[in-house]
Design a protein around this ligand. Structure first.
Ligand code: HMG
Ligand code: MG
Length: 298
């Protein structure tokens, strides 16, 4: 089996995970502690917050305070989601190092998530990319619903490739392919990746798989075998998406790291410390830990 020697883990728990917590607002101090623990576990890339409308996603309303409070560890990139120029300005003021824009293959999902069409979202990103690049920031691009849409069902791999290629041509340095509602299965994931990798070099592609149907690790193995080496994951399997009915958390970071280390693939992450970070946030939120590895190591 051919696998990459090294995988870069993009920890999205503080953003993708926490954005979806129902009920009371999570204290800023709890988010800061989580991010610091992740950094101390050796995670090199942390999506720490989201500069979106607090009316749409209340849990991300304290993005500036979170970024002001964290320890900026050397060697760790702290990133944030920015849907438009207003979000980018907020991120710049907070001293962010990298931002991400997000759209989808499916029109219905895009309307529900960011209140515009796919084409309009791409138009919005143009000035954002220009401004970010002028400030020396790299911009990541997310494509949601790559393996299925909660409103439109099946998604054609060629359609995923078109949107991913457009973001790449516009200047996004990395394209993260989201199985937003976790419906994919390994052969579908492989075919989708093959279609996208026909347009965008595979070293610029990341897998962002939610684990709603318990398929995420199998899907990850399928794309790793194709040569993909960047994986988005969420500590303790936190999260979901407020505009994707039925979406559960991302694949748990602990489970991904355990699988990779077990196959001799390096991540630079200390699994015990990562488990500790997952336990901390699960206890703080009063929710069950979504990492099987964390439960097994209990
Ligand atoms: P809109 O209502 O169309 O925006 O929302 P608007 O431009 O008409 O502005 C309306 C109000 O929002 C105005 O305030 C703006 O100032 C304000 P008002 O005058 O009413 O007081 N506003 C903002 N405030 C703060 N920060 C901003 C901002 N922009 C406008 N950046 C908008 C459009 C994109 C803003 C909205 O739809 C939004 O914020 N959506 C966020 C949705 C979201 O965060 N979803 C979750 C992330 S995506 C995801 O999870 C998928 C992913 O994980 C991959 C996968 O799993 O597939 C990435
Ligand atoms: Mg997601």
């Amino acid at each position: 089996m051919s696998l990459p020697k090294q995988v870069r883990l993009v920890e999205v728990g503080p953003r993708d995970g926490l954005q979806n917590e129902a009920g009371e607002l999570i204290p800023t101090a709890t988010k800061i502690e989580l991010i610091n623990r992740l950094g101390n576990a050796g995670v090199g890339y942390i999506e720490a917050a989201s500069f979106v409308s607090p009316k749409w996603v209340p849990q991300m309303g304290d993005a500036a305070e979170v970024l002001a409070g964290i320890d900026r560890l050397p060697g760790v990139t702290y990133a944030a989601l920015t849907p438009n120029l207003k979000g980018l300005e907020g991120a710049l003021a907070a001293g962010i190092e990298e931002v991400a824009v997000f759209t989808a293959v499916s029109e219905s999902f895009t309307q529900k998530n960011i209140n515009c069409s796919v084409a309009e979202s791409l138009e919005r990103f143009d000035p954002l990319l220009e401004r970010a690049h002028a400030e020396g920031l790299r911009v990541r691009g997310y494509v949601s619903t790559t393996l299925g849409c909660p409103y439109e069902g099946e998604i054609a791999p060629a359609a995923v490739a078109r949107v991913a290629d457009t973001l790449y041509q516009m200047g996004c340095f990395e394209i993260s392919l989201g199985d937003t509602i976790g419906v994919g299965t390994p052969l579908k994931a492989k075919k989708m990746l093959e279609a996208v990798a026909g347009k965008v070099p595979i070293e610029h592609l990341a897998a962002h798989f939610h684990d709603t149907y318990g398929q995420a690790l199998a899907n990850l193995l399928a794309v790793l075998q194709e040569g993909l080496a960047i994986i988005d994951a969420s500590v303790a399997g936190l999260g979901g998406c407020p505009y994707a009915k039925g979406a559960s958390g991302n694949v748990a970071s602990e489970d991904v790291v355990y699988m990779l280390h077990g196959m001799g693939v390096e991540t630079g992450i200390d699994l015990d410390r990562l488990i500790d970070a997952g336990r901390y946030i699960s206890t703080a939120l009063g929710r069950a830990n979504g990492s099987k590895v964390a439960l097994a190591c209990g």
